[in-house]
Design a protein around this ligand. Structure first.
Ligand code: ZN
Length: 293
């Protein structure tokens, strides 16, 4: 079965450290605990190796334009050019930057990136604030999807959870019914709020890049049926460690396969839903209320 991993990061560690020169990162940040063991995973060759091992044919690389995590649109473009059959890139712009809309246009029209990743708590903005709306308007015009980090983050005092509440994305989904939206990590401990937003809005999808135990506990047939089997998209958040384990893409594929889902549903999660998500032409038609009388 074809498998697409819709949530992968290749961080530019050296640039990130240089960018943060002079700043002291607050101690006790859990994401830094496994950083040494995670570093080898930041090589594109190791990524492709893990994809081979897991039977993943294509991965979606996210740029991240945030102070603490950094991966530029240019870097993602370069990696995608290196492995054009295996990698697809999503751009990142910081909504607080004045040229964010122009940079998004450039990322899609000149750099070949196919979506936008936003991380409200790390980029320090409220996703339902009207000042961000021009970015969503641009995304609709470009016919690209927007991925939002929602729920908790392991970045301690560097991020605020008030900006990561999935409920904020409901406002975006309502204001921009044509915008394709994906929430991440099955909601990252804000599971129920995230599921509410996915169930309610036909234009909101969610990825499975949660901890393995969460996938096993949460992704039941009841939940899948409730959210809509076409709304769930496979992703792993490579190379993030999880619960003290170093990231193995294969573990996530096996976890999904072990859920006893029907072949159809698994096929949707592994690649078909992602294809629909990317295709703006597949949008829902409005219903004429008159037809009910
Ligand atoms: Zn991520």
């Amino acid at each position: 079965m074809k498998i697409v991993n819709a949530h992968v990061h290749m961080i530019e560690l050296e640039k990130m450290v240089k960018k943060n020169a002079g700043h002291k990162v607050p101690g006790g940040i859990s994401v830094l605990q496994d950083i040494e063991a995670t570093m080898p995973l930041l090589s594109p060759e190791v990524l492709i190796g893990q994809m081979e091992d897991a039977g993943v044919s294509q991965s979606v690389l996210y740029a991240v334009d945030a102070p603490i995590v950094y991966s530029s649109n240019e870097y993602v473009q370069t990696l995608c050019a290196q492995f054009p059959d295996r990698l697809m890139g999503f751009a990142s712009v910081n909504p607080n930057d004045k040229d964010a809309v122009e940079r998004l246009d450039k990322a899609v029209n000149e750099q070949g990136l196919r979506g936008l990743k936003l991380h409200p708590p790390l980029q320090n903005f409220f996703p339902n604030n009207e000042s961000v709306f021009p970015i969503y308007e641009k995304a609709v015009e470009l016919k690209i999807p927007v991925v939002f980090h929602v729920g908790t983050t392991p970045f301690g005092s560097l991020a605020r959870l008030s900006q990561a509440n999935p409920i904020l994305i409901d406002d975006v989904a309502v204001e921009f019914p044509d915008l394709r939206i994906m929430l991440t990590h099955l909601g990252t401990l804000s599971h129920l709020e995230a599921f509410m937003v996915v169930e309610k809005n036909p234009n909101v999808y969610i990825d499975t890049s949660a901890y393995l135990y969460e996938i096993k506990e949460l992704l039941t047939m009841n939940l899948i049926t409730r959210l809509g089997p076409h709304k769930i998209i496979f992703g792993t958040d490579y190379p993030m460690p999880y619960a003290g384990l170093i990231h193995q893409m294969k573990d996530f594929v096996e976890c999904l396969k072990g859920l006893n889902l029907t072949e159809d549903i698994l096929e949707g999660i592994f690649y078909k839903n992602f294809e629909t998500f990317m295709n703006y032409e597949s949008s829902n038609e409005d219903i004429d209320f008159q037809q009910f009388i």
